[in-house]
Design a protein around this ligand. Structure first.
Ligand SMILES: [Zn+2]
Length: 287
């Protein structure tokens, strides 16, 4: 048994790179076939890879998460702390994994594995998902439990009579009054259109470009309890880090928000961006 797990690790080591932030369903199928393991065992082996992506200047406590999408894809997540910034800017591994899945167009999460028990905020954050009632949560290699077991009598979209849940495919229909050929702005607009803000109707999206030409999008992912919401820049930066890039590589950032948003996305994004980059935030309004 010990011998086989060594071989398994070698196959995985040869497959994964620093840039690997998610695995397509076909890759998952091929890997479990070659390694002769279950998807659950593959996820278990991916967790330390995910945790290695963590940026933890304050806590030194790395957390890794892997979520399993309805498509069969697997999405990595890790916690990110921002040096010299308030603790509430911290991104948790579970949030990073979900933001990663959303940015790849995933429409549901079947299960989420994480290296440490999900904190109260993450349980609340996950309860916003369209699959929250049936999604399984697994801590390390312990037995999986359903999310409602971790958050009994929770407060969620149903308590506010909100029909649309996080990851439901509903385009918000935002567009620019004056269409632009600014590629990054159009990507941020697309992210705003897929953002989730059923409570405050403050849809917003971000697009972050790195010097090597890659673009990372981030969606505003609002929560019924407000505070656990994920800001668009948090999501964009998280996706950038998961893909093996770093903040010093950022060359351009565009935020797009709806005209009548009651939440001020601009100041939060400016303040967070200033803490990691000298690149200015470009802002577009959509209607
Ligand atoms: Zn958490």
């Amino acid at each position: 048994m010990r011998r086989r797990s060594k071989i398994d690790k070698k196959i995985l080591d040869g497959f994964l790179t620093r840039e690997t932030s998610f695995l397509m369903a076909e890759e998952v199928k091929a890997l479990v076939g070659t390694m002769r393991i279950s998807v659950e065992q593959l996820v278990e082996q991916l967790l330390p890879w995910a945790a290695e992506k963590a940026i933890v200047p304050a806590s030194r406590f790395k957390v890794g998460a892997v979520s399993r999408g309805s498509s069969g894809n697997l999405y990595l997540g890790a916690n990110i702390e921002f040096k010299d910034m308030p603790v509430y800017t911290t991104i948790h591994a579970e949030q990073a994994s979900i933001a990663n899945a959303v940015s790849h167009g995933e429409t549901g999460i079947k299960a989420l594995s994480v290296t440490a028990p999900p904190c109260g905020m993450c349980r609340q954050f996950l309860s916003e998902l369209n699959t929250s009632a049936e999604m399984k949560i697994q801590v390390g290699n312990t037995e999986a439990v359903l999310l409602p077991q971790l958050l009994p009598r929770g407060f969620g979209p149903d308590n506010l009579d909100v029909r649309f849940k996080l990851m439901d495919e509903v385009s918000k229909g935002f567009s620019f009054k004056n269409p632009t050929d600014d590629e990054l702005a159009n990507k941020a607009l697309e992210a705003a259109n897929k953002s989730h803000s059923p409570y405050t109707l403050s849809h917003a999206g971000i697009a972050v470009k790195t010097r090597n030409g890659q673009t990372f999008i981030g969606h505003y992912l609002e929560n019924a309890a407000y505070n656990p919401s994920m800001l668009p820049l948090q999501a964009g930066l998280s996706n950038l880090v998961m893909a093996g890039r770093n903040f010093a590589e950022i060359s351009d950032v565009v935020l797009v928000h709806g005209q009548d948003a009651s939440v001020n996305h601009v100041e939060a994004a400016q303040s967070l961006l200033r803490s990691i980059s000298s690149v200015p935030l470009r802002v577009y309004k959509a209607e």
